[in-house]
Design a protein around this ligand. Structure first.
Ligand code: NAD
Length: 307
C-alpha cells in the first residue's frame, strides 16, 4: 500500500444501509474523496420493521450540500429485483459501478433457546442474502469492467461469537465464507473482495457501550478501514477489524496438526493426540479450501513414505 492520497475520482460506489450509522459515514467519506455514491437505505427500525427513503435522501442532501454527487435509493437489499433496479439506477446515471459496500443490517437478538426461527431467517436474509443479492447484481458488470471493490461487513459476533446473537453471528460469518470464495473467483478480473468487522456506537449498539466509551467508538473511526478496502490499492481477501482507532486483521488459521496414520480410524487415537492437533505453534492460513485439502494429502503421503 502506497502513501499517496486515496481518492475515488471517477469511481461509482453503492453503499447499502447508508441512511444512518456506519453506512452514512462510509457514503459521506467516499463522496468527500470524489466518488459518486448511491445511498441505499430501507429506512426501517433497528429490527428491520418499517421503511422510508427519507433516511437515504437526507444523506444525499448532505453530500450534495458539500459539493458531492449522490442519488438516494430505498430498496430493501432482500429484494433482488429492487437491487437490480438500484444497480441500473447507478449505471443509467454514471455508467459503471466500481465499489459496493454491503453494510445494511438489522438485529433480532435473543438466546438461541428463546429465538423464533422467523427471527433467525430474517437476520440471515438481510445480512447474508442482502449482500449476495447486491453482489450478484454488480458481479457481471464488474467482470466486464475488469474492476471491482466489494466490502462485506462482518462482525466480531460472527468471528468469535456473542451471547444472544446466534442468528446474527451465523449470518456474519457466512459473509466471510462468501468473501473467501468471491475473492478467488474475482481475482482474474481485478475484483477484490474483503471483509470489514467494525465496532462503533450506532443505534445498533447504543445500549451496549457505557457513555464514556461512546466518543471513542464514533463511527468515523471505522471509515479508514472501509476506504482502504474500497481503494484501487485494496488488498484482496482480508478481514479488517476497526474501532476506536485500533485496526486489526483476523485470520482463519490452520494448525500444523498431527498425522495419525492412514488407518487412524479410531476416535481414541485422535483423543490421545488432540492437544498436538490443536497446538497453535506454526499455524498457517491456507490460500483456499482446495489448498488445505491438498496440503492434508501431501502431509499424509510424506508421512506414509517415512513409514
Ligand atoms: P445501523 O442500524 O445504524 O445501520 C444499519 C442500516 O441498515 C440502517 O440505516 C437500516 O435502515 C439499514 N437497513 C436495514 N435493513 C435494510 C435492508 N433490508 N435494506 C436496506 N437497508 C437496510 O447500524 P450500524 O451499526 O451502522 O451497522 C452497519 C453495519 O455494521 C451492519 O451490517 C452491522 O451488522 C455491522 N456491524 C456494526 C457493528 C457496530 O459496532 N456498530 C459491529 C459489527 C458489525
Amino acid at each position: 500500500m502506497s502513501n499517496s492520497t486515496i481518492d475515488f475520482k471517477g469511481r461509482v460506489a453503492i453503499v447499502t444501509g447508508a441512511g444512518g450509522g456506519l453506512g452514512r459515514q462510509h457514503a459521506l467519506a467516499l463522496a468527500a474523496r470524489g466518488a459518486k455514491v448511491v445511498v441505499n437505505d430501507l429506512g426501517g427500525a433497528r429490527d428491520g420493521s418499517g421503511g422510508s427513503v427519507s433516511a437515504a435522501q437526507a444523506v444525499v442532501d448532505e453530500i450534495k450540500a458539500a459539493g458531492g454527487e449522490a442519488i438516494a435509493n430505498g430498496a430493501s437489499v432482500t429484494d433482488f429485483e429492487a437491487v437490480q433496479a438500484m444497480v441500473k439506477q447507478a449505471v443509467d446515471a454514471w455508467g459503471r459501478v466500481d465499489i459496493l459496500v454491503n453494510n445494511a443490517g438489522i438485529l433480532r437478538d435473543k438466546s438461541f433457546a428463546k429465538m423464533e426461527l422467523a427471527d433467525f431467517k430474517l437476520v440471515v436474509d438481510v445480512h447474508l442474502m442482502g449482500a449476495v443479492n447486491c453482489t450478484k447484481a454488480v458481479w457481471a458488470l464488474m467482470n466486464e469492467q475488469k474492476y471491482g471493490r466489494i466490502v462485506m461487513t462482518t462482525s466480531s459476533s460472527g468471528l468469535y461469537g456473542n451471547f444472544g446473537q446466534s442468528n446474527y453471528g451465523a449470518a456474519k460469518l457466512a459473509l466471510v465464507g462468501l468473501m473467501q470464495t468471491l475473492s478467488i473467483e474475482g481475482a482474474k478480473n481485478d475484483i477484490r473482495v474483503n471483509c470489514l468487522a467494525p465496532t462503533a456506537a450506532t443505534r445498533m449498539t447504543e445500549d451496549l457501550f457505557p457513555p464514556e466509551m461512546l466518543e471513542a467508538f464514533r463511527p468515523e473511526a471505522v471509515v479508514p478501514a472501509m476506504l482502504v478496502l474500497a481503494a484501487q490499492d485494496a488488498p484482496n481477501r482480508t478481514i479488517l477489524c476497526a474501532g476506536a482507532g485500533t485496526f486489526e486483521a483476523a485470520h482463519i488459521t490452520l494448525t500444523q496438526g498431527a498425522w495419525l496414520g492412514i488407518a487412524a480410524d479410531t476416535p481414541e487415537q485422535l483423543a490421545a493426540r488432540l492437544s498436538d492437533v490443536t497446538e497453535r505453534e506454526g499455524e498457517a492460513v491456507p490460500q483456499s479450501g482446495a489448498a488445505q485439502g491438498a496440503n492434508e494429502v501431501a502431509k499424509g503421503m510424506a508421512n506414509a513414505r517415512r513409514g
